[in-house]
Structure formats: C-alpha cells, structure tokens
Ligand binder design. Structure first.
Ligand SMILES: Cc1cc2nc3c(=O)[nH]c(=O)nc-3n(C[C@H](O)[C@H](O)[C@H](O)COP(=O)(O)OP(=O)(O)OC[C@H]3O[C@@H](n4cnc5c(N)ncnc54)[C@H](O)[C@@H]3O)c2cc1C
Length: 387
C-alpha cells in the first residue's frame, strides 16, 4: 500500500489491536470520546491475545493481596457483565465458563504452598475451598491418583480468548471506531513535549492523544535520538499445546499444578501450558517446550497420554521490569498514555484496563486504581519521534 502524507485526523489513536487496545477503544467509544482510531500492524488479536489460555484466575497463584491482586480481581469481576454486553451487541458468545479452578498438590512442598494460600485467602474473606485428593478426583475423575490435596477457587474462571477478540473487534466497529489493519505505527510524533500523532506505514495520523498498547513490541516504538532508556518491555515466550479430548477425559475445571496447567474448552479441545522463555521475538514451538508442557500435563492427568495432539502455538507476553502492567498517562509527554506490560494476565486485566484508561483520557483525572501502575515509576525519557 502506498504511503500518503497526512492520512487522517483523530481525537484518540490507540496503537495495537490486541485484547488491551481493543478493550480501550471500545471503552473510549462508549464514552463518546470522538474519532477513535485503532491502528494494528497485522489484524486484531494476532499476537499474545490469541495465544493465551484465557484463564481469569487471580486467586489461584496469589500469595498475598497487593494493588495488582486488587486490580486483577476487580477486572475478573467485570467479565459476566462484559460477556452479556458483547453477546447483546455482536451475537458472539465469549464462552465465559464458570465451573472454577483447581490447584493440585503432589509433594510436601506443594502442600505447604497451597496451605499458605488457603490460610491467607480465607483470612481475607475470599472464596476458596480445601479438598482432599479423593474429593478433587470426585470433581474431576481425570486427575492423577498421586494428587494429595487441592484448592478449589470457584470464582477463578475462564473465557475463550479468541472469541473475546472477535467480539471486541465486532463491537468497536459497530460503535464507530476506525480500525486500520495492516498498518504499522513506525513512530510517535511528539512536538514540544506533547503528542501530535503517529507516523504509520500509510502516512501520518494526527491526534492529541495516543495510547500505546503494543504489547511485547512496545520498546520498538522509540526514536533513535534518545540517550536515556525508554520504557522497557521484554517479550517472554509462552508455548501452548492443544489436545482433542474424548468422553473419558472431559474435565470442566481449569486445573493447575505448581508446574503447569490444563484448560478444557467447551468445544472438546484441551489446552496445556506453558513455558516462560527469554527467546527474543522468536515465536516458535520447540521440542523442549513440547516435552516440558506434556510432562506437566501428564502429571495432572495421566490419561492425556492417549489424546491426539492437534495444534500447538507460541506467543510473546509483554513483561515490564517489575512484572506489573504499565498503565496510564506519561507525565513527561502530554497526551501520551501507556497500556502495556500485562505479562501473564492481559486477558484477565483487559476489561478494567479499558475502563480505567478511557476514564483517565476522558476525565483528565487519574483513577486511584491506576496509581501503582503509572509509567512514571520507571523515570522514562520521552519516546517517539521528537520534532
Ligand atoms: C501462552 C500464553 C498463555 C497465556 N495465558 C493467559 C491466561 O490464561 N490469562 C491471561 O489473562 N493472560 C494470559 N496470557 C497473557 C496475555 O496473552 C497477554 O498479557 C495479553 O494478550 C497482552 O495483550 P496486548 O494487547 O497487550 O498484547 P498483544 O495481544 O500481543 O497485542 C499487541 C498488538 O500490537 C500490535 N503492534 C505491535 N507493534 C505495533 C506497531 N508498531 N504498529 C501497529 N501495531 C502494533 C501487534 O501486532 C499486536 O496485535 C498468556 C500469554 C501466553 C503467550
């Protein structure tokens, strides 16, 4: 496609069409934020948001309450209303499956881990149940006979993330968001300390507000003329296997161990994950990854060994230096907002990220829930193309 100068003018540009950019664009459109453009290098949900397992499970792995835990639980709790709204708007069922999550213990160490988790979550008044191995197997007969005990988290649920992306994409188009696909944002345009738009592979889009939601590629949006380091987001590869189940292995819960997890989908697929690898931008499935994931899945449910492996994929999680998402206005550059670094929890955090970023943009007030996640915590230099 030929590049044209001065392509368009927008009120807000959202860069990146993963689950985060889509959720923000929808929330902005719902608030009447004017001409909202979503600019995506390939097509919506092509990257980490498609690769994910769709678990909405803040409690299963949490060893204490902090700002991140509060954000994650609040976002999870938005899902039932979001699922209803998206079904109403688009006719798409995002398959919010509410059976719950099991977390299994096989060893002394695993049992100490779940005992601690049970104790603090009970004290905090959270919904969690302690089960014996037999009780866990009573709920899910596929679980290994070696399981000694388990926790059940009734409110940690799952969503079909690929359906979620399709529904969000349909919703934003219906709500009048301008979706520019196959359009690479090459640089942010910054003039005298404030954002003026983006320079894309098809030309310039002018806008007084730009939201960077480019996932693992965020650090690539910098200009070359800056000595100080920009926001650092690194890709962390996760591989995933997909098996086809049969009636003998028809789990309903998401099932974790401290080493891996399996996620049964309503259509009969069973996902097994995952890895956490620093492999740059190489989105490959490897022999080592398949071996590790398979052995952790077999530990949970030995009958998986008879299932056909029907698919596999890898995705790049966006990770900030402190593992927490980077959310909100960048005080050094007026009009520039970040929504990135969602690392292992972007599907979970998408609904609340969308609401809070849209609130901050439309009201000019930083919601208190965003304070701990401010980009300013990294003392950023100005990023982008400075004029
Ligand atoms: C194997 C695996 C399992 C996971 N499981 C879960 C889970 O169970 N639950 C959960 O909550 N999270 C999970 N995650 C994490 C979750 O997938 C991510 O946190 C989330 O998808 C991040 O969303 P995003 O929109 O920021 O990034 P992405 O989905 O990667 O989207 C970023 C988008 O920006 C676009 N882009 C980048 N640069 C540019 C540019 N210059 N111009 C235009 N467009 C650009 C990309 O093409 C991409 O579409 C998992 C991740 C992986 C890899």
């Amino acid at each position: 496609m030929r590049k044209q100068e001065g392509l368009e003018t927008a009120d807000v540009v959202v860069v990146g069409g993963g689950v985060i950019g889509l959720a923000i664009a929808r929330a902005l459109a719902m608030r009447g934020a004017g001409r909202v453009f979503l600019i995506e290098r390939t097509h919506p949900g092509a990257e980490a948001s498609r690769a994910a397992a769709g678990m909405l499970a803040p409690q299963a792995e949490a060893d204490g309450a902090d700002a991140f835990f509060e954000l994650a639980c609040a976002s999870r709790n938005l899902y039932p209303a979001l699922a209803d709204a998206l079904r109403e708007e688009t006719g798409t069922d995002i398959e919010l499956e509410r059976t719950g999550t099991l977390y299994l213990a096989f060893t002394d160490e695993d049992e100490r881990e779940i005992e601690h988790r049970f104790a603090w979550q009970r004290r905090a008044g959270l919904s969690v149940e302690r089960l014996s191995g037999d009780e866990a197997r009573g709920l899910e007969p596929c679980i290994s006979t070696l399981v000694r005990s388990a926790l059940r988290f009734p409110q940690d649920v799952q969503v079909e993330n690929r359906r979620l992306i399709a529904a969000l994409s349909a919703s934003i188009e219906k709500r009048g968001v301008r979706l520019l696909v196959e359009t690479n944002v090459e640089s942010l345009i910054i003039e005298r300390g404030r954002v003026a738009g983006v320079d894309t592979s098809r030309g310039v889009v002018s806008a007084p507000v730009v939201v960077v939601a480019t996932g693992a590629w965020t650090s690539r949006l910098t200009s070359t003329d800056k000595a100080a380091p920009p926001l650092s987001i690194e890709p962390v590869r996760g591989q995933m296997l997909c098996f086809e189940t049969n009636p003998a292995l028809s789990a309903r819960h998401v099932i974790y161990s401290p080493r891996g997890y399996i996620v049964p989908r309503l259509d009969g697929r069973l996902l097994a994950g995952t890895t956490a690898e620093r492999a740059g931008f190489e989105k490959r499935v490897t022999a080592g990854g398949i071996q590790a994931i398979t052995s952790h899945a077999l530990e949970i449910a030995p009958a998986i060994s008879d299932l056909p492996l029907v698919d596999s994929w890898a995705g790049l999680r966006p990770r900030a230096q402190d593992d927490w998402p980077v959310l909100g206005a960048c005080s050094e550059t007026e009009g520039l907002f970040y929504a990135t670094g969602h690392y292992r929890n972007g599907i979970l955090l998408a609904p609340l990220t969308g609401e809070l970023i849209a609130d901050e943009i439309t009201t000019n007030i930083t919601p208190p829930q965003l304070q701990a996640f401010s980009p300013d915590r990294f003392h950023l230099s100005t990023v982008g193309h400075v004029r």
